[in-house]
Design a protein around this ligand. Structure first.
Ligand SMILES: NC(=O)C1=CN([C@@H]2O[C@H](COP(=O)(O)OP(=O)(O)OC[C@H]3O[C@@H](n4cnc5c(N)ncnc54)[C@H](O)[C@@H]3O)[C@@H](O)[C@H]2O)C=CC1
Ligand SMILES: O=P(O)(O)OC[C@H]1O[C@](O)(CO)[C@@H](O)[C@@H]1O
Length: 386
């Protein structure tokens, strides 16, 4: 069995590639980092180390890689594949669509074997979005056939894999916990048998619970941590003020998730506490700047901060602490992050209100707008005095 996986980065090697290998797939990575591609091809194996006492290591063998710009080779691999997965980042999905479309076109000209393409990105509806990009590149005949033969089931993936700094360029350290849920109702053909994957008929509660808890909590810690001068997540979460604000933000999303999806309140509280414990893992050094990366993406209307905050109002919940997280995200002026630089420049040029309205879609007369603005002004004043 062949799995073609786009993105041989942290989650690609440290999570998806590992589970696919353990399920018996030969994993072929597609990446645009030539050094990574060469290293994988010369060693054909890499190690995954668990961030816990004893740091157990497992080896992922029999892997290879193709450079993403070698469309011909990528298309050929997809034509032969049993499964396609991605972990490249939401903004990269449009860029990999042409190669996937070329692969599908080649494949359906040769056989009627079904294929599933699963985007493993931190976003709602990732595979569906990828499908839109891919289908835009297919001609009418291929599109009709692909509609029948190629499934794009959405997925939710959860495992913290921080930035890696090892002498061994392929080694990846990951947290022990992982969760990979896939929408079974959108699979075409046989269900891929992958130990560790949970197939569900309705992904919405799973992806919202994950995005609005793990990623919301992480984002609040990262952005507040950055404002308060912390470098790493585990340091920031040891600050009582940050921990309190994060817990309160997660109480807001928790109340929303319980009301909207009917999760058990007690079980959800336990889920939140477990996640806070994962953030505090002393065996993982995760930079606040990694977790806060791409603030424009994270401030988008459907994403982890504004998404739940806006929905809170439908359930009578006032998202005061989510508002604080949004304010801190707006003020994330990290010079090495292009989206942070863009926000900072635009705040200077057009003002905070304009930037808040533009990137979050929150209307000026909405209650959330003033909540965020009040927190942003407080954070700005606090930074001036420090
Ligand atoms: N790191 C983590 O803990 C988790 C990450 N995710 C999601 O997984 C995705 C990837 O995240 P990371 O692995 O952390 O990022 P990463 O930066 O470590 O890996 C991304 C990889 O994609 C490659 N890439 C970029 N453009 C490409 C293209 N056009 N074609 C092929 N490959 C391309 C990069 O060279 C890089 O190796 C993101 O959507 C992220 O939100 C989800 C859960 C956990
Ligand atoms: O990968 P993104 O969407 O930039 O966000 C970083 C987040 O994703 C993760 O890497 C994994 O879920 C978390 O560590 C963090 O919440």
């Amino acid at each position: 069995m062949l799995a073609v996986h786009f993105g041989a980065g942290n989650i690609g090697r440290g999570f998806i590639g590992q589970l696919l290998h353990q399920a018996g797939y030969e994993v072929c990575f597609i990446d645009v980092n030539q050094e990574l591609v060469d290293e994988i091809n010369s060693r054909k194996a890499y190690s995954v180390q668990l961030a816990m006492e004893g740091t157990p290591v497992s080896v992922v063998e029999g892997v290879r890689a193709i450079h993403g710009q070698d469309t011909e080779a990528v298309a050929e691999a997809i034509a032969k594949a049993d499964l396609v997965t991605t972990a490249v980042g939401p903004n990269v999905l449009p860029h990999i669509a042409p190669a996937i479309a070329a692969g599908i076109t080649r494949r359906i000209a040769q056989s009627d074997r079904p294929l599933n393409v699963i985007a493993c990105e931190n976003m709602i509806g990732g595979s569906e979005q990828l499908k839109t990009h891919v289908f835009a590149k297919l001609d009418d005949i291929a599109r009709e056939k692909a509609q029948e033969l190629v499934g794009f089931p959405n997925a939710a993936v959860d495992r913290i894999v921080p930035l890696q700094k090892h002498e061994d360029k392929l080694l990846v350290t990951v947290e022990p916990f992982f969760e990979w849920a896939v929408d079974q109702s959108r699979i075409i053909g046989d269900i891929p048998q992958i130990e560790g994957v949970t197939y569900v008929n309705d992904l919405t509660p799973y992806i919202e619970r994950k995005l609005y808890t793990v990623n919301t909590g992480h984002a609040v810690i990262a952005y507040l941590g950055f404002q308060m001068g912390y470098a790493a997540i585990d340091e920031a979460i040891r600050d009582d003020e940050i921990l309190r604000a994060t817990r309160q933000a997660l109480q807001e999303t928790g109340a929303l998730l319980v009301a909207k999806h009917g999760f058990d309140k007690g079980q959800h509280e336990a889920y939140v506490e477990k996640i806070l414990g994962r953030f505090a893992n002393p065996y993982i050094t995760d930079q606040v700047t990694r977790v806060g990366r791409s603030p424009i993406r994270k401030l988008a209307p459907q994403d982890r901060l504004v998404g739940p905050a806006m929905q809170c109002f439908d359930y009578g919940i006032v998202p005061e602490h989510l508002g604080l997280g949004i304010a801190a995200a707006l003020l994330f002026d990290f010079r090495e992050d292009p989206e942070a630089v863009q926000l900072t420049e635009e705040i200077k040029q057009f003002g905070l209100e304009h930037v808040l309205k533009t990137y979050t879609g929150i209307r000026v007369n909405h209650a959330l707008f003033s909540i965020v603005m009040n927190h942003a002004r407080e954070l700005q004043a606090r930074r001036k005095t420090n």
